[in-house]
Design a protein around this ligand. Structure first.
Ligand code: PBG
Length: 331
């Protein structure tokens, strides 16, 4: 299969690679600004944006700076933002997650009134940024994350985020039954039209390390391996996805992305709903660190990893490079 007819030695495959325009024409996977969603962190009680050491170029925003970032994101042509809040006060049940004047709910209100429907405003729904123990749910006295009482909290948070103006609710806590509980709460609260994007296949990954600095949500004891998925498991991802769809999820997510391209591909093959992938903080940090050392070409790494995630089958990608990648794609 290597010969090219009357030109022996000139491989058939190379004919379509000879110019940039030919390569562009024949590219099977396309990446565009519209595929991208930017995660943003908003912190209460700071008066200027704070850099995150392990994620060079990413900051914890103030309410003002997040508005500016949102305008830039819209300008760059990406499709949406996903918001994470860091409250000034944390407690065992994460009260600030559903307080109407809680940091993320205030940000949602402002952004919705600034931007209307120009960007899709996604609300990450979890408790780990809001609890003093750093777990994604409420915990028993024995220190175990308690599934069903957590669902009641998630239902309240979903309603608060809907009221604040979120366009999409994205539960990331990996509690069993979370999608059903949230769907029920939204429907009961008059938000039947609001979609749920379920973090369906979310693995207990080391690649969330930098995020825990960014969102200040590291567990104070134990880890997340009793609720997030175990990295060796693939079939289980399909079960999680199936379950979330049965509970009413409108779209599903696989997370992290780069080390789980096989999972993205299998999920995309299996379902007929949009599949997003989250290129997480550790994936960002790895490339930034290597690029800072001159070991990989930063811009090429950004576009190559994003293209790979799309090639695997993700219809959209959550990435900290969303705005920059959108600009690279346009030039
Ligand atoms: C909260 C949440 C996490 C991430 C997104 N939502 C952290 C975690 O599960 O520990 C990670 C995102 C990233 O690493 O960029 N449950």
């Amino acid at each position: 299969m290597t010969s090219g007819g009357s030109h022996p030695g000139f491989a058939r495959g190379r004919r379509l690679r000879s110019t940039p325009a030919l390569r562009r024409l024949t590219a099977q996977t396309r990446l565009s600004p519209a595929d991208l969603v930017l995660p943003v962190f908003v912190k209460e009680g700071i008066d200027s944006p704070r850099p995150i050491t392990s994620m060079p170029g990413v900051v914890q925003h103030t309410q003002d700076s997040v508005r500016k970032a949102a305008h830039e994101a819209a300008e760059a042509g990406i499709s949406g933002l996903i918001l994470f809040g860091i409250p000034a006060d944390k407690d065992p049940v994460g009260s600030q997650a559903d307080a109407a004047d809680g940091v993320v709910n205030v940000a949602l209100q402002q952004l919705r009134s600034d931007l209307g429907d120009e960007l899709v405003l996604m609300a990450d729904l979890c408790l780990c940024e809001y609890t003093d123990h750093g777990h994604c749910g409420v915990v028993t006295p024995a220190g175990v994350v308690d599934n069903d009482p957590t669902l009641d909290r998630y239902a309240a948070v979903a309603l608060a985020q809907a009221q604040a103006g979120a366009h999409v609710i994205a539960p990331s806590g990996m509690m069993d039954g979370q999608v059903a509980a949230i769907r029920r709460a939204l429907d009961g609260g008059g938000y039947g039209e609001l979609p749920v994007l379920a973090y369906a296949a979310k693995y207990a990954s080391c690649f969330y390390g930098p995020f825990r600095e960014a969102a200040e949500g590291a567990p104070q004891f134990g880890d997340r391996s009793t609720y997030q998925m175990d990295p060796p498991n693939a079939d289980e991802a399909l079960r999680e996805v199936e379950q979330d769809l049965a509970e009413g999820a409108d779209a599903v997510m696989v997370k992290p992305a780069l080390a789980y391209l096989d999972i993205i591909a299998r999920v995309a093959d299996e379902v007929r709903v949009p599949v997003s992938a989250y290129q997480v903080s550790g994936e960002y940090a790895m490339v930034e660190a290597a690029a800072a050392n001159g070991w990989v070409d930063r811009e090429r790494a950004i576009l190559e990893t994003l293209t790979a995630i799309r090639r695997a089958g993700a219809s959209s990608v959550l990435t900290y490079w969303a705005v920059e990648a959108a600009r690279l794609l346009r030039r």
